[in-house]
Design a protein around this ligand. Structure first.
Ligand code: HEM
Length: 413
């Protein structure tokens, strides 16, 4: 299985599986997951050259064993990274690091993301949410994504990092390009796509290069200063420091935008549940956990086998790429009662929305708090919220789940 073939050199998360190649399928992959969990719980996709894993117990096993299932794409035998990508700071982050190196990288900023540190900033985040809604609420109609779910987390992460939030149109362009999946897979289109990605990555690196230099001279109370200090003390290489800033910016906005967007999509589709949450009858916390399970913003991850290993009777070889489908595991009836029902008070809810194990999302406390503050702010300022458009477009990514626009109508309060 390990040898690269002539058919497509797509990397596992650079392409969607055939079954999900239409807009409709990517918006609703859940029947396909159910079929796969039942019939081919572990299967090799020749086209993408990777293993797909659909059941909860197997996803759990993969995430729980980072020694066998590495996060380092350089170990993949089917992925020939182009030389320019080999040097990309994006590959120098904790997300793609294993073992001791992973711990060293994560340790640099860990304290900043602990629940207690995040909670201290709640008031400021509430002000940001209120200001955004102040501008968007008139007229009884808004695009939830453009007017709120995108700018809110990006302003938050920009403030934490210490970059001007006015630069956010640029952040959006860069971030979306970096997680994009090409829909046109002709050679010419793929080449153009790779060039765009490379350019985005270079521009982002240049942007942060200047900021890091600035903070090395003049330290402030922000994350870039923490990263610049670690680089100054040679705890981080220059590439690692750049990758760090890029990862935090990209991870800190796209996923949370989709969590808030997916939450409103679930709640407008279940008005009785929305009322229970709005009135406090159902907790906002368990509602957010249920959105993370039911419409997980991250649907799939990638790992590389570091040794030959067997899963559901299938022989995975050293160097093979393995894709654990979080979105499928989160609907596995072996673990979740009535998994296709959206239940705002589901308990227990051991979903994989933020992953599991050593790479468990560093930003989980922040994302949870942003979603809570964002949804509460929306509930306070609106009533009778309902969908304001029919044809939803999925975000253009093979592993991120969300919609590009979410028109809603409501009564302003
Ligand atoms: C890791 C999801 C928000 C920063 C992860 C992983 C998932 C995830 C599934 C695991 C990756 C893996 O195992 O390979 C999400 C979701 C979010 C969210 C669904 C929002 C709803 C954030 C935020 C930040 C952040 C706000 C902060 C800036 C990170 C980082 C990692 C990570 C740095 C890598 C951790 C490591 O490798 O040790 N996230 N994330 N995420 N997330 Fe998030």
């Amino acid at each position: 299985m390990s040898a690269p073939t002539d058919e497509g050199e797509g990397q596992s998360l650079e392409r969607v599986p055939q079954a999900l190649s239409t807009r409709e399928a990517w918006l609703d992959p859940f029947d396909w997951y159910a079929e796969m969990r039942e019939e081919q719980p572990v299967r090799y996709d020749q086209n993408r050259q990777c293993w797909d894993v659909f059941r909860y117990e197997d996803v759990d096993r993969i995430l729980d064993d980072p020694e066998t299932f590495s996060s380092n794409p350089r170990l993949a035998s089917a992925i020939d990274l182009p030389p320019e990508a080999e040097q990309s700071p994006i590959l120098e982050t904790m997300l793609t690091a294993d073992g001791e190196r992973h711990g060293r990288l994560r340790g640099v900023v860990e304290d900043w993301f602990r629940p207690r540190a995040i909670t201290q900033r709640a008031e400021r985040f509430e002000d940001i949410a209120a200001d955004l809604l102040e501008d968007a609420i008139d007229g009884g109609r808004m695009d939830l994504i453009d007017d709120f779910a995108y700018p809110f987390p990006v302003i938050v992460i920009a403030e934490l990092l210490g970059v001007p939030s006015e630069d956010r149109p640029q952040f959006r362009g860069w971030s979306e390009t970096l997680v994009e999946t090409p829909t046109d897979t002709s050679e010419a289109a793929l080449e153009a796509f790779r060039q765009r990605q490379e350019q985005a990555s270079e521009e982002l690196a240049e942007y942060f290069e200047a900021k890091l230099e600035d903070r090395a001279r003049d330290s402030k109370d922000d994350l870039i200063s923490v990263i610049a200090e670690a680089a100054g003390e040679e705890r981080l290489s220059h590439e690692e420091a750049l990758g760090f800033c890029m990862l935090l910016l990209v991870a800190g906005n796209i996923t949370t935008t989709n969590l808030i967007g997916n939450a409103m999509r679930c709640l407008t589709a279940h008005p009785a549940a929305m009322e229970r949450v709005r009135t406090g009858e159902a907790p906002i916390e368990s509602t957010i956990e249920e959105v993370l399970r039911y419409r997980s913003p991250v649907q799939a991850l990638a790992r590389i086998a570091t040794r030959d290993v067997e899963l559901q009777g299938m022989s995975i070889e050293e160097g093979d790429t393995v894709v654990p489908w979080l979105g499928s595991a989160n609907r596995d009836p072996a673990v979740f009662d009535a998994p296709d029902q959206f239940r705002v008070d589901r308990a227990p809810n051991p979903h994989f929305g933020f992953g599991r194990g050593t790479h468990y999302c560093l930003g989980a406390p922040l994302a949870r708090m942003e979603a809570r503050i964002g949804l509460n702010a929306l509930f306070e300022r609106t009533a009778d919220v309902r969908p304001g458009g029919e044809r939803l477009q999925p975000v253009r990514s093979a592993f991120i789940y969300g919609v590009q626009e979410l028109p809603i109508e409501f009564r302003p309060r």
